[in-house]
Design a binder for this molecule. Structure first.
Ligand code: BGP
Length: 458
């Protein structure tokens, strides 16, 4: 084969609880998505919320059988905190224990290793009501939740992830108004990001003390490419990288924040509140494994004008986004496609982050109105096959050059509900008819099955 992957390469896909289980299925506490949808349904694409989604709660056996059919050897899903512990703190919901136990057992019975995320954007409502990640107490509640999850499922689950894309709730909930609680306040955003990493380190510590599997974090690493090599553009892209990548990558892998970031925040009086014990907590509790979500690069230039110094501080004071002429776009959704980004990320991890064990935990191509590609009942998504192949080729090259890359998971297994976008962009190997909940494999599913079976492709 032209592209042969190392033995035991992880072929699979990823999903999350809120996006697949169905918020109305089974008993559970409310999380911020239930709440936001109740209060502002019109903020969601076609007013569709997370009530039903793709009904994984009731159909997981069929879904896992479908995973098996396309030769998945691993699958990442998340536990819904508000399902397991409805109030965020306190009593465990026995039906949730039963549900997740059955799901993990079913995966294992099918030789599909469960990779489990503890937090995928879904703060229990009761904890949001006391401030969510702004409130340091929530880091304790999270550590208790993590400990409970390890205790309940740690015998079966050997790969854990504390957070999925922790920068997204910061951007969405506290900077740019696309997640609940829809606050725009950089100082709070920085506190939220910091407290998230404190919570993360507490969970890593608890895990390492008592269990022998691996624990990591999933980060959406978005390389920020400067418009030019001019010092002003380079500085803009460096600061952007500090805010959106390194503010999570460095503490997770190196146990400390980049000094440049600390200096910048200090200069603008934006440093978060910390506790004296935090430094050691972060330093001593490093991840074993890093999940990398990669969708698109960020193109950055120096700002054309100075920000108004009387306006509230924002990361955007230091850079502007830049539309590179001639860039390749996903014509069915609008994001840039830059396959080499995946290679650049891995080389960076090799050179600057001790070649930490990593894998692509999400990569995928969202397509609007995908029914237009239906032929005889099946979606002929050749564009997705090309997308996956082109990214895998660069990943393969990084492995050949010594990067410690263990796998590739597509976002996502079957079309699912996605946050504000609801069902606008379809990503799955399987399409889902939302009226009947019928699943149908797309062409990419067959391609992936073969690649996974042969552990490579031509
Ligand atoms: C990632 C998230 C996923 C998923 C994906 C696609 O950032 O981890 O949960 O939503 O993006 O996003 P969208 O549906 O907005 O295109």
């Amino acid at each position: 084969l032209d592209y042969q992957f190392p033995e035991n390469f992880w072929w699979g896909s990823a999903a999350s609880a809120t996006q697949t289980e169905g918020g109305e299925n089974g008993p559970k506490g409310k999380n911020i998505w239930d709440k936001w949808y109740e209060s502002e349904p019109n903020r969601f694409f076609e007013n569709i919320g997370p009530e039903v989604t793709s009904d994984f709660y009731n159909r997981f056996k069929e879904d896992i059988a479908n995973m098996k059919k396309i030769h998945h050897n691993s699958f990442r899903l998340s536990i819904s905190w508000a399902r397991l512990i409805p109030g965020g703190r306190g009593d465990v919901n026995p039906e949730a224990v039963d549900f997740y136990s059955k799901v993990f057992d079913e995966l294992i019975r099918n030789d599909i290793e469960p990779f489990v995320t503890l937090y995928h954007f879904d703060m229990p409502l009761e904890l949001q009501e006391i401030g969510g990640w702004e409130n340091r107490e929530v880091t304790e509640a999270y550590a208790d939740y993590a400990e409970k999850a390890f205790e309940l499922f740690g015998d079966r689950v050997k790969k854990w992830f504390t957070f999925n894309e922790p920068v997204v709730p910061v951007e969405g909930g506290y900077l740019y108004d696309f997640h609940y609680p829809n606050i725009v306040d950089a100082k709070k955003a920085i506190q939220v990001g910091y407290n998230t990493m404190v919570a993360h380190a507490k969970a890593v510590k608890l895990y390492h003390e008592n269990y022998d599997g691996k624990i990591g974090i999933v980060l959406n690493l978005t390389p920020s490419y400067p418009r030019s090599q001019n010092p002003a553009d380079l500085k803009a892209s460096h600061i952007c990288d500090l805010f959106f990548n390194r503010s999570f990558l460095d503490p997770a892998v190196k146990g400390e924040y980049p000094q440049d970031l600390i200096d910048l925040l200090a200069e603008y009086n934006q440093l978060p509140a910390t506790k004296p014990e935090d430094k050691a907590l972060l330093k001593e509790n490093l991840v074993d494994l890093l999940g990398v979500n990669y969708y698109q690069p960020r193109r950055v230039k120096a700002r054309d004008s100075q920000p108004n110094p009387d306006s509230p501080f924002m990361p955007d004071w230091f850079f502007d986004n830049y539309e590179m002429p001639g860039r390749k776009m996903n014509p069915y959704r609008g994001w840039e496609i830059y396959e080499k980004g995946i290679y650049d990320i891995m080389i960076n991890l090799k050179e600057n982050y001790g070649n930490i064990e990593s894998f692509i935990s999400e990569n995928g191509m969202g397509v609007q109105n995908e029914e237009r590609f239906l032929v005889d009942g099946r979606i002929e998504d050749d564009y997705r096959i090309d997308f996956i192949k082109d990214h895998l080729k660069w990943l393969h090259k990084s492995i050949q050059e010594g990067c410690n890359v263990k796998g590739y998971h597509l976002w996502t297994f079957m079309d699912n509900w996605s946050w504000m976008n609801a069902y606008k962009n379809r990503y799955g190997f399987y399409s889902v008819d939302l009226k009947t909940q019928q699943r149908t494999a797309k062409k990419s599913a067959s391609w992936f099955a073969e690649a996974s079976e042969k552990n490579g492709f031509n």
